[in-house]
Design a binder for this molecule. Structure first.
Ligand code: IVH
Length: 671
């Protein structure tokens, strides 16, 4: 039976559309359609291909996974070697690099293409007639490994180029990276199942790409940015690096959106400083900036020395890993009673920040690293995450220090500490008898994003609990100015201010209150969703596990922990006491489709002071909003944090309303 033209046309059209939406999503970071609409296109194509297998082509978007595991990688010779870069650590080295280049070219000022140096794995992608034919690692620069079937599983890498004006043979070079968030998640999963942890996103990216079974690679959150080209035949590329990158972008190859063209060494250094500021807020790790002479004719004139070009240099950021000693291991008791071991370190500067503590997570992690008091260790900090210990420098171990074990009793209340079968966390069994748990739950209750009681700092909570003035959160509301004024470092005035702040918190939102209770697994987003969905505390309190699970994003574990919380006698007592003194507004119960921000599109940019951008996005989504990656006329609001960059400028130019952090919180509270 011959396949009708209609089917052929539809298949071609679907592929075109999917390619276009991949481009919007991965290259422009500005999706046009929802995930479910995208899934529908994909499913329709899969169904047609299942009915007409003759129509399947290797570069169809359905063909990313499916190859069988290999027994080994084969070798690939790079027709044009993949070089490395010279490094600069000091500004002077950059000035020298620029001076040498200017002298050799006989010019006064050089235009540089500048871009982040990504901390991942170099890769070469060979496109023939616009189809991805081969992907290889850099290897020793001359010979790499054929990782085609793994690279095909990376959604950001197009199997087919968009448009028509690409060279018939085009080698794209760039870096495969693992974004921070994906890395954290992967390690958390590995930690839970007792698997191998990766020391950093670079190792994770490399380890993921060098899997013989492509299904494993497919499950890993990898991304890609191009930074150059190699072999080019039957076609032309523009005459500057920057314009080549723009061309690649038009063909659906992701290119770093932070890339710029600057004038001279001064421009390079200025960009370096800007990116250093911005570094922690990027979704992925960078370890420096690469400066490249922008004009290709000038690159050619400058040529190469040994294995590195004379027209480019990598200006490295200060290291994010340093060596130091473990002075002691302490145990912290959290709000839920979890005992967390913390390494006290000989203070050390890591990437510009003084670090004196690192979390050790749990006993398994201590065993895995085999950390002992007195050990020399490598600490690493990246982004805004808590510093971690990467490894122990065993060769520097002195004597035979004993292995460390978490105590059998809670260090605060001395109740037995237990570790349940199959769990990695050890818990204090003291419950609210344990002052540490009490303190933590009150600190959480009063915190900015919960009840927002201004002036209720950690030290104050500790005094209040230690002196027996406050046993649970409801006791806060019967404190008097005299009681507070008698505490250390408090006076009449600060005490009455605090009491006022406590009073003010009597009027709050249901979402904040719910979050403030500190129910296991109920973070801010879940609290927001529950509040919008049920409308009243009473309704949530009465809800069954099944009813709770009908709320978007509430799974069986979260639902169970909510039910458990409201079942527990002590919690009910505290709750009743609280409800007698605070006022909660009632909002009518809403379906997920009529959430308050449904139909509105937001963009979040810059650094927020009390949450990450991802948390802000989650909060918006919990209220039904759509969150986009870039500003357009269709954007309803832009949330602007510190150091916002081009998105805020664009919003201003287009007249899109902008909200600062205060405005953002007011908006959330008003819903
Ligand atoms: S350009 C001939 N640009 O750094 C120059 N490299 O030390 C080719 N890298 O193996 C490299 N980010 O893996 C270039 N924006 C960037 C880069 C970058 C990371 C890596 C790349 C290369 C190594 C060179």
């Amino acid at each position: 039976m011959s396949i009708s033209d209609t089917v052929r046309k539809r298949v071609a059209q679907l592929r075109e559309e999917i390619l276009y939406h991949d481009y919007r999503y991965y290259v422009l970071d500005d999706p046009e359609i929802t995930d479910s609409a995208y899934d529908r296109l994909m499913r329709e194509l899969q169904m047609l291909e299942a009915d007409y297998p003759e129509l399947i082509t290797p570069d169809s978007p359905t063909q990313r996974v499916g190859a069988k595991p290999l027994s080994e990688f084969s070798e690939v010779r790079h027709e044009i070697p993949m070089l490395s870069l010279a490094n600069a650590f000091e500004e002077q080295e950059v000035l020298d690099f620029d001076r040498r280049a200017r002298e050799k070219l006989g010019v006064d000022v050089i235009d540089y293409a500048v871009e982040p140096k990504l901390d991942g794995l170099a890769i070469s992608l060979m496109y023939e007639q616009g189809s991805l034919k081969q992907a290889a690692t850099r290897g020793d620069g001359t010979t790499g490994e054929d990782v085609t079937q793994n690279v095909r599983t990376i959604d950001a890498i197009p199997l087919r180029l968009r448009g028509k004006d690409y060279p018939q043979t085009l080698e794209v070079r760039g870096e495969v990276i693992m974004p921070r968030k994906g890395f954290e998640k992967l390690n958390e999963m590995q930690r839970q199942k007792g698997g191998k942890l990766f020391a950093n996103p670079r190792n994770a990216a490399a380890g993921s790409l060098r899997q013989l079974d492509p299904r494993i690679t497919a499950s890993r959150p990898l991304a890609f940015f191009a930074y150059g080209t190699g072999v080019v035949r039957d076609g032309e590329l523009p005459a500057t690096h920057h314009r080549i990158m723009e061309k690649l972008r038009s063909w659906a190859i992701p290119v770093n959106p932070e890339s710029r063209v600057v004038k001279g060494a001064e421009g390079c250094l200025e960009y370096y400083r800007q990116m250093q500021e911005k570094r922690d807020s990027l979704d992925y790790e960078i370890d420096g900036i690469v400066y490249k002479v922008n004009r290709l004719d000038q690159q050619e004139q400058l040529g190469f020395v040994a294995r590195a070009p004379r027209w480019a240099i990598a200006h490295k950021f200060p290291a994010q890993e340093e060596m130091t000693t473990v002075l002691d291991i302490d145990v912290q008791v959290g709000r839920t009673g979890a005992l967390t071991p913390v390494a006290r370190l000989e203070p050390v500067h890591v990437g510009g920040v003084m670090v004196s503590n690192a979390t050790l997570h749990n006993q398994d992690e201590i065993d895995r690293l085999d950390i002992r008091i007195g050990d020399t260790v490598i600490v690493r900090r990246a982004g805004d995450v808590i510093p971690q210990i990467v490894s122990v420098v065993k060769s520097k171990r002195k004597g035979k220090p004993r292995r460390y074990h978490l105590p059998d009793n809670c260090p605060v209340c001395h109740s037995p500490a237990v570790r349940l079968e199959g769990e990695s966390v050890t818990y204090c069994t003291g419950g609210l008898y344990c002052p540490a748990q009490r303190k933590e739950s009150i600190k959480h209750f009063a915190s900015r994003r919960a009840m927002d009681i201004e002036g209720m700092g950690d030290k104050l909570v500790e005094q209040l609990v230690d002196q027996g003035l406050v046993n649970d959160m409801s006791d806060l509301y019967s404190l008097t100015v005299e009681q507070v004024a008698a505490l250390e470092r408090m006076a009449e005035k600060s005490a009455s201010k605090l009491i006022q702040a406590i009073d003010k918190s009597r009027h709050t939102t249901l979402a904040r209150f719910l979050y403030a209770l500190g129910i296991h697994d109920v973070g801010e987003t879940t609290a927001q969703t529950l509040a919008s969905y049920f409308g009243s505390l009473d309704a949530i309190r009465k809800a069954s596990v099944e009813e709770l699970q009908s709320v978007p994003d509430v799974g069986p574990i979260v639902a169970q922990s909510i039910v458990n919380f409201f079942k527990e006698k002590h919690n009910r007592e505290v709750l009743d006491k609280l409800l007698a003194v605070i006022e909660l507004p009632e909002t009518p119960r809403r379906e997920a489709t009529e959430l308050p921000l449904a139909g509105k599109t937001f963009v979040v940019t810059g650094t927020l002071s009390d949450m990450t951008r991802d948390e802000a996005k989650d909060l918006l989504r919990a209220k039904g909003a759509k969150v986009a990656g870039s500003v357009s006329k269709k954007t309803d609001y832009v949330i602007v944090g510190d150091n916002p960059g081009s998105k805020a400028e664009k919003a201003r130019a287009l007249g899109v309303p902008m909200l600062d952090e205060v405005g953002f919180h007011e908006l959330l509270d008003s819903l």
